[in-house]
Design a protein around this ligand. Structure first.
Ligand code: MG
Length: 368
């Protein structure tokens, strides 16, 4: 079923009666360390769960990250005035409810969110562990070296992951430039040796220069990387240097960017010019409605998407719903972990894929 098959008045007869928020705590399976730009990432973040209820006794919920929302802004409004199943949120004041309204509308329609989005992708979504940070540098008093990174890979492999994204760029803040660059290579070599068949990508978090990126790609050629992510803050001349290098070497490594404070117009232009292959705008801060609007353009340009999902583990499941719904997302970023008070057991991670439930809405149960 595509959304075009839904009657125009599919959501009529429901009025918003309450919008509540509650803090939500997630837990990573281990403390997550540093990357090129930031210090330790802790053992699990907090976010806000927003629940919307209607006068017909239906509810939907989703997490929200952003400035303090005005929870009263939509109370009393008919649902069809703020949400269209074919588009998403249609009233700016309802944007903090983006995820919650997708859940609510799909629940009312009796279909999973991915079906409401069009069902253009597979129901088993490839994912990678996004949790491989600078574990060689910790603990600070007795750093574990490469074995620390391999231990994280082993834990995530055991949990069902078959692809890893390695943070690199140690020379940006945490090590001398040359030693940090060498360690990046050493770690990558170790992981590739231990997991010869795994899909691997690297994320510099803007910690390399264009020249370092080219030198890195030279060495990394033998390791069959799937993509490099945020090598440096997006700029045309640097990305052109990288592209020339990749083309000259016949390399198929993709270039991914658009995660950190993206100028979406620029990111699209760079993709149009063939300088970016994978667009990373965040699943929450950019949002479902914005991705639904943008994806046809991304597809037309010949680029793909992989909405940034790091932070809350639930963001991975939302990204997987976008992948199954909109298509044009080959792989999603996965955040290992659990969320207190949320039953996410309808989703399964197996052999590197997240299988999505056929249950209406997001199929995530929030208790309490
Ligand atoms: Mg990143």
């Amino acid at each position: 079923m595509s959304t075009a098959a839904l009657p125009a008045d599919a959501l009529s007869g429901h009025r918003i009666t309450s919008v509540d928020s509650a803090p939500l705590r997630s837990r990573y399976p281990r403390t997550i360390g540093r990357n090129a730009r930031l210090g330790a990432h802790g053992d699990g973040p907090e976010a806000l769960a927003i629940t919307v209820r209607t006068d017909t006794g239906v509810s939907g919920w989703g997490i929200y990250e952003g400035p303090e929302p005005d929870l009263g802004a939509c109370i009393g409004l008919p649902l069809e005035e703020i949400f269209d199943p074919a588009v998403g949120v249609i009233a700016p004041r309802a944007l903090p409810l983006d995820i919650a309204l997708h859940d609510l509308a799909a629940t009312i329609l009796g279909i999973p969110v991915h079906r409401m989005l069009g069902g253009h992708g597979a129901l088993a979504v490839d994912c990678y562990s996004g949790a491989i940070y600078f574990d060689d540098l910790d603990p600070e008093q007795d750093p574990r070296g490469t074995a620390g990174v391999l231990a994280s890979c082993a834990a995530d492999w055991e949990a069902g992951y078959r692809a890893f994204k390695l943070k690199i760029g140690r020379g940006n803040r945490w090590m001398p430039v040359v030693a940090g660059f060498d360690r990046d290579l050493e770690v990558l070599q170790a992981v590739r040796t231990a997991y010869p068949g795994a899909r691997l990508m690297v994320d510099m978090n803007d910690g390399y220069s264009p020249e370092q990126t080219v030198r890195f790609l030279d060495t990394a050629q033998e390791w069959d990387l799937f993509w490099i992510e945020e090598p440096f803050a997006e700029h045309r001349s640097g990305l052109a240097l990288v592209r020339e290098h990749l083309t000259r070497n016949g390399s198929e490594v993709l270039v991914a960017d658009g995660e950190f404070e993206p100028d979406v117009g620029l990111v699209l232009d760079l993709a149009r010019e063939g300088l970016l292959d994978v667009l990373l705008m965040d699943v929450l801060s950019f949002g479902f409605t914005a991705w639904r609007r943008l994806m046809p353009t991304v597809h037309e340009i010949g680029a793909v998407a992989s909405p940034h999902a790091w932070g809350h583990p639930l963001k991975t499941l939302y990204a997987a719903q976008l992948a199954a719904g909109l298509g044009n997302i080959d792989v999603v970023e996965s955040v290992p972990g659990t969320t207190d008070g949320v039953d996410a057991s309808a989703y399964r991670l197996q052999d590197g894929r997240i299988t999505l439930p056929a249950t209406p809405g997001f199929a995530l149960e929030l208790s309490g």
